[in-house]
Write a protein that binds this ligand. Structure first.
Ligand SMILES: [Zn+2]
Length: 350
């Protein structure tokens, strides 16, 4: 599974280098001449719809007017490798009629983007139950798309219970991913799911579901909240106790209590641009990561990019090999029951 590191427009960390980066039109709306200032190799540019509607649903916030030509204009100027035609995300409080109407508007935009631009498009799929999931996917297939994105998630029950934003691992959502992917595979279509790469665990579970690509700015968010990611595990604290980034710093939390021997070894052996500056001593490296959230972000991003490499290489060795690798990761994880559920369902759908 491809990992795209999330970035926030001009609010980037000085000196950061991206291989594959996911940014959003939303971060460039206020600029006459939008320009990417950080270094990168490949850009996937989201259309900003999700953030715009989230803002506009909030009564306290000033409404952002939607000008689709302006959005298309920003996309053309930034010239990404992939981008998403402006879509109309569904919201749980909508009636079925309104959801149908939103989907029709999304389809209209897809045609408009197709006619007016030469950009490589990854349209967003929306659906409100199992039936529309299949039908709407077929509509995109008929329009000749072979790479699509999943925005608001769906739950495989007759009654739609979508949600905004939150991407907590959840059995129904993963079952929906497996179901969609089983149809998409028949059509030879690839699927991008927004926001599944915030930790090694969630990344590998999604990769096991054969999702083609995902993205996340979790590396950054976690760093800001005083957390570091370690290979094949969850996150650990490495905060400096400053309030600004909301570090939940428990007094008396000691290095020796935070990490197992195995985890200390992972810090010692880390090859990220920050850890490499420091001698191979886990405690000194940890202190370094504690001292600045930006160091943690660079470390976290590196770890996620390595997980991507590990995942690809293990999948090449065979799905059974990859399954064993995830089994081991899950031994001490609270995702274990979700993982067992996914293994069982993958056998049914694939
Ligand atoms: Zn590191």
């Amino acid at each position: 599974m491809e990992y795209w590191a999330g970035e926030l427009g001009t609010n980037y960390i000085k000196g950061i280098k991206h291989d594959k980066v996911m940014d959003s039109v939303y971060n460039y709306l206020k600029y006459e001449e939008p320009k990417i200032k950080y270094k990168y190799n490949n850009l996937f540019l989201d259309n900003g719809a999700f953030s715009i509607f989230k803002n506009n649903y909030n009564r306290k916030k000033k409404k952002i007017s939607i000008d689709i030509d302006k959005i298309l204009d920003i996309q053309e100027k930034l010239y990404p490798e992939y981008t998403v035609p402006f879509d109309y995300p569904l919201e749980p409080s909508m009636t079925t009629k309104l959801m149908e109407k939103s989907w029709k508007r999304t389809l209209k935009n897809i045609d408009y983007w197709n006619e007016c631009s030469s950009l490589d498009l990854v349209p967003a799929l929306h659906a409100w139950n199992k039936k529309t999931l299949t039908l709407n996917l077929q509509q995109l297939f008929k329009k000749d798309f072979n790479y699509i994105a999943l925005g608001s998630a769906f739950i495989l029950k007759e009654k739609f219970k979508g949600f905004f934003g939150d991407r907590q691992p959840n059995k129904n959502i993963y079952e929906a991913f497996l179901f969609i992917n089983s149809i998409a595979k028949e059509f030879g279509m690839k699927i991008h799911v927004f926001g599944l790469g915030s930790s090694p665990l969630s990344f590998h579970i999604a990769a096991y579901c054969e999702i083609f690509s995902t993205d996340s700015s979790g590396y950054r968010r976690k760093a800001a909240y005083g957390k570091i990611i370690l290979p094949q595990t969850g996150e650990r604290y490495a905060g400096n106790g400053t309030a600004r980034f909301g570090v939940n710093w428990k007094k008396g939390l000691k290095f020796s209590d935070l990490f197992t021997q195995e985890e200390k070894q992972k810090i010692k052996e880390c090859n990220c641009p920050e850890c490499r500056k420091i001698i191979k001593n886990s405690y000194i490296r940890w202190k370094h990561l504690c001292s600045d959230w930006k160091f943690r972000a660079i470390h976290n991003k590196y770890v996620m990019e390595q997980e991507e490499k590990i995942s690809k290489s293990l999948i090449q060795d065979g799905w059974d090999v990859y399954e064993k690798f995830i089994d081991k990761m899950m031994e001490k994880s609270n995702f274990r029951s979700l993982w067992n559920f996914i293994k069982e369902k993958k056998n049914i759908y694939f």
